[in-house]
Design a protein around this ligand. Structure first.
Ligand code: M6R
Length: 615
């Protein structure tokens, strides 16, 4: 949610900032802007509503010189997306410029106080208050920019990652972080600042992740100075070496990141299980679990906290863990959990499930559970992100950067890790037999190949997309392990095609939703051969009896549903608990092709952002 980029060094800043904004555009894309101190010593800000391309167009005839700058791509929270509300924001004297990711909760109180001191505001944003406050503190206390930022961070309440530059000091950027991510890339006599590592990786793989409450002085050609939440200078700064490659951040010949990420799944899932399942399929190892064996053996309950697609993966995790480990599992919307007064004890484990590792609600849920004494375990994709750093332990899904806003490969990666976790804990507890472990783990190893087989139906799915693009509403039905897959299929369609879609447990349909069925509303039914297959068959009959059109996802060779449904897509047979890993693939493709036919911006759907770092 909003992306920040910054550069200070020997190179021209503008191309680095613009390229960085393109890399971060998935975080927000309603407006963008850059601030640079030019070779003439001017502090120039250029901003534009719309995508980064619009900014580039606007700035093309401007003075783009300078080797220091900050930039921002916005997902609006306070104030509509327009040129004025876009970041960076000037201070009153136009001496300072600031970019911000997050939300300032007490900005109205601060604004009223600053208005009394004669400050005026041009935008409706909370961010402008921060830069004005910094200037006010610096001018009244006659202190350095660093001290002013430190004092301002003491006064503001909320979430922020900020970067500030001062026209009078073209050799310095001050950055600070509280609950919104900020990474500093360390190059040869140059520094790169960004909300995540993606804009940095093409220049350096050495990064410093700022922790909550930290403020850093980034001086040209000098060592980095980081101050902790207590204001103490850190003697030892942790430099992390990234292993991400630049190819992972490119579309690689695909028209959209989403399509690339769907087609990457055989590889990403192979990477996810690599080194974690033995080649004979008899052993599963997740070091984060093994190292905390006692916690898992003694857990009275597991709570999975997540949002969106991750929440759907969490629902599958509940089935897996309850099936194999006989530990009760609750799956919570992190945003609800954090504001209840949930019963959590030291005998509980909370699993924070998040692709980005930055989702504000999931982070807050884990902090709450930690405070209540629970053991907190993260399952995330983005290495070094906030959630893995706040948990006691965890494991990564290792599916590589997911750029498309609609989550695809992260979903299957999360389900894969949850399956391995359930098998491993089940084996440690003795609740899963060696035979079952062997069967399921061996099937997990087959998943990449089976997904490749499903891709052979790509053109068939494209044809189905053409048939169904007319619909304004869709119903997705599934049961058991595939009820969450139905929810996920519906979410995929909604978010990228803007077609209303509802996911439902198939049998629950007759308690109300069945009233919607007619020949206008297609029903997508996941009807694979599982323990409720016959029941699902009768749910399909109920839909057909009311004139509904059915597209069914069936097990290869199915002869019953294929006669009833209007259209079918076959998926290979596999252990029932792993079927969502296969059934979700055609649903991802269907949503994708429908959205493309409708001319939607698949990778950056309206109103959405990749990581939701605000409430
Ligand atoms: O990064 P997270 O997994 O914590 O994100 C949670 C949701 O915002 C995310 O899954 C969202 O629902 C997806 N964009 C849906 O495709």
């Amino acid at each position: 949610m909003c992306g920040i980029v910054g550069y200070i060094g020997k190179r021209e800043a503008y191309p680095i900032l613009i390229q960085g904004l393109h890399r971060l555009e998935y975080r927000g894309y309603d407006s963008s802007g850059v601030a640079m101190i030019s070779t003439k010593g001017e502090l120039n800000i250029y901003k534009s509503k719309g995508k980064v391309d619009a900014l580039e167009h606007y700035a093309s005839d401007k003075d783009l010189s300078g080797t220091i700058g900050i930039a921002h791509t916005r997902w609006a929270t306070h104030g509509e997306p327009n040129d004025t509300n876009a970041h960076p924001h000037y201070s009153q004297s136009k001496r300072l410029a600031l970019v911000h990711n997050g939300t300032i909760e007490n900005y109205t109180v601060l604004k009223v106080a600053l208005l009394k001191h004669g400050y005026t505001f041009v935008s409706e944003t909370d961010t402008e208050v921060v830069v004005q406050l910094i200037e006010y503190i610096r001018d009244t206390n006659h202190c350095s920019l660093f001290d002013a930022v430190k004092e301002a961070t003491r006064q503001i309440v909320g979430a922020y990652a900020i970067a500030v530059i001062d026209k009078e000091n073209p050799d310095q950027i001050i950055v600070a972080r509280q609950s919104s991510p900020l990474v500093i890339g360390v190059g040869e006599d140059e520094y790169f600042i960004a909300s995540d590592a993606t804009p940095i990786i093409e220049y350096t793989n050495k990064v410093v992740y700022l922790n909550d409450g930290e403020v850093a002085i980034v001086n040209r050609g000098e060592p980095l100075h980081v101050f902790d939440a207590q204001g103490e200078s850190k003697d030892c700064i942790d430099i992390t070496e990234l292993r991400m490659s630049i190819e992972e951040l490119e579309k690689g010949g695909y028209p959209h990141f989403m399509l690339k990420e769907i087609f990457e799944q055989p590889k990403t899932l192979a990477d996810c299980i690599s080194g974690r399942i033995s080649s004979d399929g008899k052993r599963v190892v997740l070091s984060g679990v093994v190292m905390n064996k006692e916690k898992f053996l003694n857990a009275h309950r597991i709570i999975i906290a997540a949002c969106g697609t991750s929440w759907h993966a969490g629902l599958i995790g509940k089935h897996l863990i309850e099936d194999f480990c006989r530990i009760p599992v609750e799956v919570e919307y992190a945003s609800e959990f954090r504001y209840r007064n949930p019963v959590v004890t030291e005998h509980d484990i909370l699993i924070a499930l998040s692709q980005s590792g930055e989702t504000a609600d999931t982070l807050a849920a884990l902090e709450l559970a930690k405070k209540k004494g629970a053991f907190v375990f993260g399952i995330c994709n983005v290495i070094g992100s906030s959630i893995p750093r706040a948990t006691h332990s965890g494991c990564y899904i290792h599916v590589g950067p997911e750029i498309g806003v609609a989550s695809t490969k992260a979903f299957t990666g999360q389900v894969t890790v949850l399956a391995m976790l359930a098998l491993l804990v089940g084996q440690m507890k003795g609740t899963v037999s060696d035979e079952t472990l062997h069967r399921v783990a061996s099937d997990l190893r087959r998943v990449p190949k089976l997904i490749k087989d499903i891709f052979k139906m790509d053109s068939q799915i494209q044809d189905l997309a053409k048939i169904f693009t007319y619909a304004h509403n869709f119903l997705y039905l599934g049961r058991g392990y595939n009820y969450p897959a139905a929810l996920e299929g519906a979410l995929k369609l909604k978010e990228i095609s803007y077609i209303h879609a509802e996911g439902y447990p198939a049998a629950e349909m007759k308690h109300g939703t069945i009233a919607l069925i007619d020949n206008e509303m297609p029903t997508v039914v996941i009807a694979i051969k599982d323990n409720v297959y016959e029941k699902t068959v009768s749910n399909i009959q109920q839909v057909k009896a009311r004139g509904g059109r059915v597209l069914a996802i069936v097990t290869e060779g199915d002869e019953i549903v294929s006669k009833m449904a209007d259209y079918i897509i076959e998926v290979p047979e596999i252990a029932e608990c792993l079927t969502p890993l296969l059934t979700s693939i055609p649903l991802q493709l269907l949503a994708y092709y429908i959205a493309v036919i409708k001319g939607r911006n698949v990778d950056q759907p309206r109103n959405l952002a990749k990581s939701v770092t605000v409430e």
